[in-house]
Design a protein around this ligand. Structure first.
Ligand code: HEM
Ligand code: HEM
Length: 343
């Protein structure tokens, strides 16, 4: 290697650092805003998704620069480079699935949704991302903090935001399926048609086979039978917005939680399923939630939570506990739980 080439090398390495750090920040932004969107069934979900998609498109906009780094890295016989290639593939799969979902080009794939692939690939990429960064020392040099790099960063973000805006306009102008998305990105499915409403679970819950005669609900210091519960006729029309990418509006009927709990006092309501799945709610919300035994005038079926499921208007689907067996009040704060279920 001549003296001139050797002198050029550090500069070439330094040029990769801003791109890699920008990728790190964008990957983190995309991941966190994705989860933030999942936390809401109200307008913050949309704002979060605008940031989310812009972050995702900015990762793509950095591809010309990153591909130079990748070419250099792949050409170098270094242990673990295939893990980086797998990492790259997972990020691309996640983005492609996100794009297919948002445009409506492919929403369902067999029993899974494009959203399942989108989030699944992103989660699988996280340990590889941590390893990828930890195994490579990225040194920032004074020359990296330049006006040129800031302008370049600004241009990348502006390109990403413009691409996202154009993609939204196109999706809405050509009425592809994507135009029908709700602000959470979910598609309508089986509204007011209980028989057509999709069945989904958060993670691992299998549908239990519960015998009506043996089933009891523990609530308000006593046990309720199915018969007793069906005598309540509190009603609400509410939309279940599933993080799998669909939403369904139904007329739900059952018992308002404050009626079941009586004058129980405490800080939070702990709702448990026959599967062990559980969620906690602020006590003040008792009168807004219903333990439903019916939807659209018919009893729930096993997939939708028979004998009884929770209806939590304006909360994402994973709050709507199915196959409920206990509703208890205690003194733990309602935020004393994992923000997303682990089961
Ligand atoms: C770091 C990995 C991720 C990247 C790079 C990424 C990127 C993207 C991209 C490019 C889109 C398509 C936007 C469009 O075409 O309009 C999208 C959509 C979406 N992503 Fe992600 N995403 C990631 C992780 C996640 C995670 C972890 C979640 C949820 C926990 C999530 C939730 C969503 C949702 C709900 C949409 C649909 C938005 C809509 O249809 O309006 N994403 N994502
Ligand atoms: C979306 C995120 C990213 C993807 C898909 C990605 C992918 C890749 C791939 C496939 C390679 C070539 C194979 C290898 O050298 O191991 C590579 C190289 C490299 N990546 Fe990343 N990367 C990303 C983010 C980052 C981040 C956040 C950093 C550091 C902060 C980073 C640092 C590096 C470095 C220093 C190299 C060059 C290694 C060498 O020349 O020997 N990358 N990346």
């Amino acid at each position: 290697m001549g003296a001139r080439a050797a002198a050029r090398r550090p500069v070439a390495i330094a040029r990769g650092a801003p791109t890699n750090l920008a990728l790190l920040a964008l990957f983190a932004v995309a991941f966190l805003t994705g989860w933030l969107a999942f936390a809401f069934a109200t307008s913050p979900a949309r704002w979060s998704l605008v940031l989310h998609a812009t972050g995702g498109f900015a990762i793509l906009a950095l591809l010309p620069w990153k591909s130079m780094i990748v070419r250099r890295g792949v050409g170098r016989p270094r242990r673990g480079r295939w893990a980086s290639v797998l990492f790259g593939a997972l990020v691309l799969i996640s983005m492609a699935a996100g794009f297919l979902h948002s445009t409506g080009l492919l929403v369902y794939w067999g029993p899974l949704t494009a959203m399942d692939f989108h989030v699944g690939a992103a989660i699988a990429a996280v340990p590889l991302a941590i390893w990828h960064v930890a195994a490579r020392r990225v040194r920032i040099r004074p020359t990296d903090i330049s006006r040129r790099n800031f302008l370049r960063g600004g241009a990348v973000l502006a390109t990403a935001a413009a691409t996202y805006a154009v993609s939204e306009v196109v999706v809405r102008a050509i009425p592809t399926l994507g135009a029908a998305r709700r602000f959470t990105g979910s598609y309508e499915a089986g509204s007011y048609r209980p028989d057509l409403m999709p069945v989904s679970s958060w993670l691992l819950d299998a549908i239990p086979n519960l015998e009506q005669s043996a089933w009891r609900l523990r609530a308000g210091g006593r046990e309720w039978t199915y018969e007793e519960l069906t005598k309540f006729d509190d009603r609400v029309t509410a939309t279940l917005d599933c993080t799998g990418g669909f939403y369904s509006t139904q007329e739900w009927a059952g018992a308002r939680l404050d009626r079941l709990l009586g004058n129980a006092s405490g800080s939070s309501i702990h709702v448990t399923s026959a599967t062990g799945y559980d969620r906690r709610f602020p006590i003040q919300n008792a009168s807004e939630m219903i333990l439903a035994t019916r939807f659209g005038g018919q009893p729930l079926d096993a997939g939708h939570g028979y004998p009884a499921r929770l209806v939590v208007p304006d909360a994402r689907g994973f709050w709507w506990v199915k196959w409920v067996t206990a509703i208890e009040v205690d003194d733990l704060p309602h935020w004393w739980q994992s923000p997303f279920p682990l089961q």
